[in-house]
Design a protein around this ligand. Sequence first.
Ligand SMILES: C[S@@+](CC[C@H](N)C(=O)[O-])C[C@H]1O[C@@H](n2cnc3c(N)ncnc32)[C@H](O)[C@@H]1O
Length: 333
Amino acid sequence: MALEISVLELFSGMGGYHSALTELSKELPDVHFNVKAAVDVNEVTNRVYKHNFQTTQVISKAIESVPNGFLKGLNVDLLVMSPPCQPFTRLGLKRDTGDSRCRGLQHVVQCLNRKVIAPKWILLENVKGFEESEAFEEYNKCLADLGYDVTVEFLHPFNFGVPNARLRCYVLASLSSNIPPISDNQSLLSVSDCKIGPYLSETADVGDHHFLSPEAAKKYLPVMDVVSRESTHCMCFTKSYGRYYEGTGSLFFQPNICDDDIDGLKSTQLKELVLEGRGKLRLFSDSEVLKLHSFPDWFSFPDDVTRKQKYKMLGNGLNVLVVKTLIAHLLKS
Ligand SMILES: C[S@@+](CC[C@H](N)C(=O)[O-])C[C@H]1O[C@@H](n2cnc3c(N)ncnc32)[C@H](O)[C@@H]1O
């Protein structure tokens, strides 16, 4: 009989963790992950979640207003969560526990302290900088008091062979035993550089609206990061991708002549080619960002979700391959 692991997904967004668990269950046929509930305040992300995971109960509420009795009744083995990161970012003014968006995580700490939820394993994802916050200190103290072993990892998708930078802080906690650092298990980390090419869509979902006019390309070129199909990295995509060009994600250089040799060219060199009129710039499509975030092929958006909403959700979301690997590592501990 398969081992059933009951899961609670908090701040669940579009369901990055659930996607990872679904993929992981294909590799662990003796384990059944039962995601009993997903909680998020955002109606749009919840619709995407439900579209992909019909049988999971999606609760459209702040975690603070979910009754303790309900949470207790879930008998959670594994808690996965990505609390809002704005309290720990420069753009969010780093107000830490002084930011009302920290309340959700503080409520989770209370629930753990009062044994409303008592998972054997917990995986938390947040931005780099979370580990220096007061919120982390409170969370870490709670875990230590309850007897969890805790490991903090800082990882990019490119550590796993995906050509995307997305540095995140992962806090792994286990009640059962010590969690070895992920670097002890070199087989999990990919050493080979992968290129952008395989992550590109074959034209169908790339339309004129993805391309920048020559004027816009020229105007914003100095602040852009430009990559080609031969590049081994693209920048982290943020929720503002498609609205601003500076620091929100890379632009893709499409040469006019496909067999032009652009192998190994850096962003500055690709920008020169744009100025010489040897190619155009376009946004990565949402399907391409989805793929760079390692979402499986079966994952989709409902038809009425706009492009802007998709970029926003993806920018707030996580990399499925990274969390899948970390959950497998955590469960083995
Ligand atoms: C970083 S995103 C999580 C992304 C998610 N892991 C995914 O795969 O898409 C944070 C999410 O927390 C939600 N959120 C913020 N405060 C919340 C609260 N107090 N209770 C429940 N959800 C909350 C936001 O709506 C947002 O979707």
